[in-house]
Design a protein around this ligand. Sequence first.
Ligand code: G1P
Length: 197
Amino acid sequence: MISKLADIHYIRQKVAAGLGHAVLCAEKHIGNNPFAVLLGDAITLSDNPCTKELIKHFNKLDSSVVAVERVPKEEVSRYGIIKAEKVDEYLYKVIDLVEKPAPKDAPSDLAMLGRYVLTPTIFETLAKTDPGLGGEIQLTDALKLLLEKEEIYAFEVTGPRYDIGNKVSWIKATIELALMSEEFGPELKAYLKELLN
Ligand code: G1P
């Protein structure tokens, strides 16, 4: 018997109308099921994989869960930031969310890093979400609307995270991760040493 790993579907977002709009494009493949959103420009490293942890908390809480990380105050304007109350170690109940606030307006230093496990109710709220920052449909704004109907929790990730959304950090992440690899690490380390000398 041939076993299959998964059915892969893809859809292209034909206009750059924001992360929220991109998620809405996937609705027909998801239907009325909970689902995970993994932004490709964030790589997280941990013995307990980030999305697996989110799914674990989702199943326990029966609510959407977003991954957050503490960021320096001057970097909050790069992220969706949550206002939250702590309910357990590394676990928060979300009270409010704001997309890319100025440091003076940020409700905390807990930034969404690009991993979400969401209830399908988000599709209703995304459909009602007006364009926000940059004229785009923001997932953060839809989550804020979702809060009116359902609870949302945040799981704080503490392991290393690589942002590969810009060229230099992509190169750095590639080098660091290759150095950690058993297959490529030793050869690459010797090569880099030689190159730098
Ligand atoms: C998106 C989200 C933002 C989140 C970030 C994580 O922003 O809108 O809330 O914090 O991803 O990388 P982008 O990086 O696409 O501007």
